[in-house]
Design a protein around this ligand. Structure first.
Ligand code: EPU
Length: 316
């Protein structure tokens, strides 16, 4: 969500002078989302490092320009009409490794744009455990921390020790324990984004790590439509139940609107079968939410982020 709903003031103007910042206009966002859906960003900002991110944030906050933060775009539905300003963290992708010679544990300090997949591949190859239960999560580190991404086996907050927050006034590291982590959410102060995190990993047998990752991936492949364009699970699981099971019980598997379809493999996935629009996805979400409410008396809430007032309003 943008931190302010005030109208933007000439979004791209002046930003060309921020060192290390790439400024692009009218960038189609569909290719930056795993859903392959969405209109254009009028102003698409790609800081090349932390300092250019801080200068960009300083400018955006000072001019009161609302913006959306883009990681890997894997949990995201973008309006067909597009949005004004997007700040992409994809080029913030440094990783540093520090080994504690006594405990043999390692601390990874990584930028928000680093993919979880890259950290997991390194940790399995190097024999460090802690990330294996997150196998198959396609997110960036920043996105994963922001939504406390996870699986039935665990969530990312279990291995995060510190989080770097950036906002007006620069960046600072804070203990992860001071940000309350809930199921698929953390509490973050307003006007602040996550620009990096520290992870604590412990030595573990490589053979066991490989086996664990293979098992999790096999289970995902069996139950989820992994080869298709989607945003992962659409709704959060209600307490002690499964959104997929509830939508399935309503008989909605395979139901289509336009190019969007409730997956016939897993009912909590909506897939883009080709040419789906954001309104198609939102209409299916409404249908699922209303039927689950009517039949099971359970309120489903979206897990995905939604960009653009029109899609947000349809669902609210
Ligand atoms: N089920 C159905 N029909 C369906 C789907 C599921 O009956 O169409 C039943 C299953 O048979 C099972 C139960 O519902 O008994 C739970 O299903 P599943 O094991 O697939 O897990 P889930 O609760 O649907 C959660 C996470 C997934 C994660 C898996 C595996 C959420 C919202 N979903 O799914 O995360 O991959 O566990 O750990 O927390 C995501 O966050 O994007 C995501 C896909």
């Amino acid at each position: 969500m943008p931190w302010s709903k005030r109208r933007p003031l000439l979004p791209c103007k002046d930003l060309h002078c921020v060192p290390g910042l790439r400024v692009q206009r009218d960038v189609p966002l569909a290719k930056f989302t795993s859903f392959r859906i969405g209109g254009q960003a009028k102003c698409f900002l790609v800081p090349g490092d932390l300092s250019s991110l801080e200068n960009t944030l300083d400018y955006l906050y000072r001019k009161e320009i609302p913006f959306y933060v883009l990681g890997q775009g894997t949990n995201l539905l973008v309006s067909d009409k597009g949005v004004e300003t997007v700040l992409s963290l994809k080029e913030l992708n440094r990783v540093d490794y520090a080994m504690d010679s006594h405990s043999r544990c390692v601390t990874l300090t990584a930028d928000a744009g680093v993919k979880i997949r890259r950290l997991l591949a390194w940790s399995v190859k190097s024999g460090f455990g802690g990330l294996e239960d997150l196998a198959g999560i396609p997110a960036s580190l920043g996105g994963a921390v922001r939504m406390n991404a996870g699986t039935r086996h665990g969530a990312i907050n279990e291995v995060i020790t510190e989080v770097r927050l950036s906002g007006p006034g620069g960046s600072r590291w804070i203990p992860a324990s001071s940000l309350q982590a809930d199921y698929r959410d953390i509490r973050l102060p307003q006007r602040i984004l996550i620009s990096g995190a520290r992870l604590h990993l412990s030595p573990k047998s490589r053979k066991n790590l490989v086996r664990r990752v293979k098992d999790i991936m096999a289970a995902r492949t069996r139950s989820q439509p992994l080869g298709m364009a989607s945003a992962g699970c659409i709704f959060k699981n209600p307490k002690d139940d499964s959104a997929g099971r509830l939508i399935d019980t309503c008989g909605l598997k395979g139901r289509s609107i336009g190019g969007a379809q409730i997956s016939s493999k897993h009912a909590n996935f909506i897939v883009n079968t080709g040419g789906a629009r954001a309104v198609d996805v939102v209409s299916l979400m409404l249908m699922a939410r209303d039927q689950v409410r009517a039949i099971a008396d359970v309120e489903l809430t979206p897990e995905i982020a939604m960009w653009g007032e029109d899609v947000q309003e349809i669902f609210n």
